[in-house]
Design a protein around this ligand. Structure first.
Ligand code: NAD
Length: 398
């Protein structure tokens, strides 16, 4: 029996798994260092303390069909494409005939000094939980010292992740204030962004909707302010060619992501951990290796730029890669991947959101409803109905 290995149980990997489990001609081995899948688009909820981690994770064993799949919980160290083996930290090397690499993203510091050491990342469940632990510790520190910097939270970067995090932190203010024993209005939220106009993927009207809320919530959004360095409890940024410093107890780094470091270590032709794949999602150098999700770059032929990495595109790639492997195993031709953009909705807090669905702009409560439906749909695609019933978002009126 031919062997398929899937590396990573994120959106892309699990979607591929579910598709491959519809057949019985190939055996699948799924590898992930966690024994759970997490909803990466919900990490800000855990980082802000608005949701416990249990709400955004489910056990991988729930989606593994033992008739087709073996799950190995281990760290992938390297792929050797010539020998067709995967080196694992604690297990024997794993042989494959077909490989799906879906190892996901890591935080990207762009070489900014002190970012790794002095800012908090929010890239997985563990780091998201650390952010909330840190916020609570800073609130307690304020109570002891009365130093206002401990009430200040800085989000670095106003991309999709940064803006969703800012909204969630705003929702969490009351809780933080209780720990610090202050009025919620004393908790200060800053967001520092390099470019002048945030969220270029949305039209001006939608971005304005977001800006109006940030303003109403007294979020200090500093645009045209590239961050130059992070020192302990201090952000150094430039504005109008002048370097400025902002003191803060909590500094969270959300200025962008790169693909897994394993891509470089395995010798794939990558840039920032992402490989520009063939039209059928195979690696340009190996036609039995599919590279999908945040470790892949797929060219948008219209804009001539790679599509942004999102949960939605990862799910679609997972499905196509699995179908192509089944075709290849039967000796039939693979199909090219075509991305169907169903829309994009960003939440700002639990009850506000904005974006577009199909060609229609949505904002406010309907957008928030759509956002929750999108999340439930992605849960359905990776975890099935059981996970939607257990973890789905149905708190639509709060
Ligand atoms: P991003 O690259 O989209 O945004 C990073 C932001 O940080 C940008 O606005 C950039 O200008 C800014 N920045 C970079 N360097 C900076 C510096 N030195 N100082 C100040 N600002 C700086 O990254 P992201 O928000 O982490 O998102 C990564 C990808 O994941 C994107 O493709 C995004 O669309 C996607 N995403 C999707 C969802 C979703 O669909 N729900 C949620 C989160 C992220």
């Amino acid at each position: 029996m031919k062997e398929v290995a899937i590396l990573g149980a994120g959106y892309a990997g699990l979607r591929a798994l579910r598709e491959l489990q519809k057949q019985s001609e190939l055996h699948v081995t799924l590898v992930d260092h966690n024994d759970y899948h997490y909803e990466a688009t919900d990490l800000h909820e855990v980082a802000s303390g608005n949701q416990p981690k249990e709400k955004i994770i489910y056990p991988i064993k729930d989606v593994v069909d033992p008739k087709v799949t073996t799950f190995i919980q281990d760290e992938v160290e390297k792929v050797d494409p010539d020998q067709q083996v995967i080196e694992l930290k604690n297990n024997q090397p794993l042989h494959y005939d077909y490989l799906v690499v879906a190892l996901g993203f890591e935080s990207e510091t762009f070489g900014i000094s002190g970012a790794k050491e002095n800012a908090l990342e929010m890239v997985d469940v563990e780091t998201a939980e650390k952010v909330y632990d840190h916020i609570q510790a800073m609130m307690k520190k304020y109570k002891e010292t009365k130093d206002k910097k401990y009430l200040r939270l800085v989000v670095c970067g106003a991309g999709f992740t940064g803006i969703e995090l800012v909204g969630a932190l705003h929702d969490g203010k009351k809780r933080y204030a209780q720990i610090a024993d202050v009025d919620p209005s004393e908790i200060e939220i800053y967001c520092i962004e390099a470019v002048a106009n945030i969220l270029p993927q949305f039209d001006d009207q939608l971005t304005q909707y977001c800006l109006d809320y940030l303003d109403k919530w007294d979020v200090h959004l500093l645009t045209s302010s590239p961050i130059k360095a992070i020192k302990p409890e201090r952000v150094v940024y430039s504005n109008n060619d002048t370097n400025k410093e902002l003191e803060a107890g909590t500094i969270i780094w959300t200025t962008g992501v790169s693909g897994s470091h394993v891509m470089g270590e395995s010798g794939f032709s990558e840039k920032r951990g992402r490989v520009m794949v063939n039209d059928d999602l195979t690696d340009p150098d190996h036609n039995n290796i599919y590279i999908i999700g945040d470790v892949a770059a797929v060219m948008d032929k219209e804009s001539e730029r790679p599509y942004p990495t999102t949960g939605q595109i990862s799910l679609q790639m997972g499905e196509q890669a699995a179908k192509n492997i089944m075709q290849q195993a039967k000796g039939e031709a693979t199909k090219n991947f075509t991305y169907k953009n169903l829309g994009s909705v960003a939440s700002i807090g639990n009850t506000h959101a904005f974006g577009y669905v199909g060609s229609t702009d949505v904002k406010g409560y309907p957008a928030s409803f759509m956002k929750k439906m999108i999340m439930n749909r992605s849960l359905l695609k990776t975890g099935g109905l059981k996970e939607v019933m257990a973890k789905g978002r149905f708190d639509l009126y709060h």
